[in-house]
Design a binder for this molecule. Structure first.
Ligand SMILES: Cc1cc2nc3c(=O)[nH]c(=O)nc-3n(C[C@H](O)[C@H](O)[C@H](O)COP(=O)(O)OP(=O)(O)OC[C@H]3O[C@@H](n4cnc5c(N)ncnc54)[C@H](O)[C@@H]3O)c2cc1C
Ligand code: FES
Length: 426
């Protein structure tokens, strides 16, 4: 299939694979373009008697539709929840249609949307990112997007409120509610061009990008063996169970393995093993070269990445996405550490000191602690919402950025100062 190269090798380094590597963003172009060209040819035939002005208008309209299907919108676009439905005891899906009725751009399986939520009692809109959990089966561009959200309870033993956005989405966002949404984004995407087996591994709500990737793989490269390996507690917590079982029934190239950690007596027949998805299970299931895509809880991914590496899988063959902030390890660039830094948030006219005795404090946290509220969503270097121009000074990173970082800017949710003074455009 012809592919339209949209972006070259990115200047910044992209995390999300074990080894850091550049990412090419590719969008399938031809089916869409061909369909539109066919439509345009039809238009020309049926409008042959129309005046030149009318014809030009119709062609302009078709070209505009094509442009809008290919190019994401800029900034926020208003969507309406057209369907809300329960997928499991803790995951609910939201199908979203643009209020303006215009076309939706295609997306790459694995990408996410950023939502702006007006939550009562919150001084500012709350921004959160959610993976697209579906992928269109036909060549037509999508007429809606779907996200699937896990209700985040308060962590056990902590007297803190439950997840702000997920609780709001579950309890207060209903069919008919309008939400502002940014275009699909993200670099954790299925590479449909290579030839090896595809292994999609998830636990819990990590299934959302995996399901989109599964559907995309079956559509774009059905000749490749595909493994879909998922872990959850039991059938009460097993989202998309019947969808995935139906796909496995229809596609001999798809091998399904579900592990229940605490199966119910009547779950027999819906899972293949009892326990957790771990490195031993993957080694037992998968032989030969494969591209691994992982999404799930931090402990799940850390243990799997380590196990796969120990089993000799090349780092380039392991890709993963974190839904929550990556554990802060050693800063990833080689800038000389600083003891303290005078940070100027220029637009807010605030000058504060970043104290090297708390070396893991991000610039976003420093800003928030001092009354500056830069926009943020994932707080994990994934979505790019916190991208901030660095007017002067240097930063380094507490974790590898996954979002593309424009030159002269920083993802302040995972950045800290690497110079004695720093001027940020916030
Ligand atoms: C690229 C990407 C894709 C994602 N895709 C999905 C997806 O498909 N589906 C999905 O469900 N999620 C997804 N997420 C996660 C999602 O963006 C949110 O992070 C998630 O919904 C939790 O947000 P929240 O506002 O509900 O919780 P928050 O309010 O952010 O709270 C998170 C947790 O912290 C706890 N907490 C609250 N206050 C404190 C405190 N003082 N001390 C300690 N703990 C506290 C809460 O109880 C909760 O458990 C994705 C994230 C990323 C980065
Ligand atoms: S908030 Fe998402 S990259 Fe910083």
């Amino acid at each position: 299939m012809g592919l339209l190269l949209l972006k070259g090798l990115v200047a910044g380094l992209a995390a999300g694979t074990v080894a850091t590597f550049g990412i090419l963003t590719l969008l399938p172009a031809s089916p869409q373009a061909n369909a539109l060209e066919r439509a345009q040819a039809g238009l020309r035939q049926t409008t042959s008697g129309a005046g030149l002005g009318g014809l030009a208008g119709l062609l302009w309209g078709a070209a505009e539709q094509r442009r809008r299907r290919r190019n994401p919108w800029q900034g926020w676009r208003r969507f309406v929840v057209q369907r809300k439905h329960r997928e499991s005891a803790e995951i609910t899906s939201f199908e979203l249609r643009p209020v303006d009725g215009g076309p939706l751009p295609r997306f790459l399986a694995g990408q996410f949307l950023t939502l702006e939520l007006q939550i009562p009692g919150q001084a500012k809109p709350v921004l959160r990112t959610y993976s697209l959990s579906d992928y269109p089966g036909s060549d037509a561009p999508p007429d809606h997007y779907r996200i699937s959200v896990k209700r985040e309870p308060a962590p056990k033993g902590l007297d803190v409120p439950p997840g702000l956005a997920s609780t709001y989405l579950h309890d207060q966002v209903e069919e008919g509610t309008n939400l502002n949404i940014r275009p699909p984004a993200g670099n954790f995407v299925l590479d449909s061009d290579s030839t090896e087996a595809i292994v999609l591994v998830s636990n819990g709500v990590g299934i959302t990008p995996m399901l989109a990737m599964l559907k995309a793989a079956l559509k774009l490269c059905p000749q490749r063996p595909i493994w879909f390996v998922h872990g959850c507690r039991n059938s009460d917590y097993h989202a998309f169970q019947s969808d995935v079982e139906a796909l496995a029934g229809a596609h001999p190239s798809l091998h399904l393995h579900v592990a229940y950690s605490r199966p119910r007596p009547d779950d027999e027949g819906h899972y293949q093993s009892q326990g957790y998805v771990d490195g031993a299970l993957l080694q037992q299931l998968i032989q030969g070269p494969a591209a691994y895509y992982l999404c799930g809880s931090p402990a799940f991914m850390d243990s799997l990445v380590m196990a796969l590496q120990q089993a000799g899988i090349e780092p380039e063959a392991i890709r993963f996405e974190r839904f929550s902030q990556a554990p802060r390890a050693t800063p990833t660039t080689t800038a000389t550490p600083v003891n303290s830094c005078e940070v100027q948030f220029c637009r807010s006219d605030r000058r504060v000191t970043w104290d090297g005795s708390n070396p893991e404090q991000s610039l976003l946290e420093l800003a928030e602690a001092n009354g500056v509220r830069p926009p943020s969503a994932c707080r994990a270097g994934v979505c790019g919402t916190c991208t901030t121009r660095v007017r002067s000074g240097k930063v380094d990173y507490l974790a590898d950025p996954t979002a593309v970082v424009p030159p002269g800017s920083a993802l302040i949710c995972i950045a800290r100062p690497a110079s004695d003074t720093l001027e940020l455009d916030q």
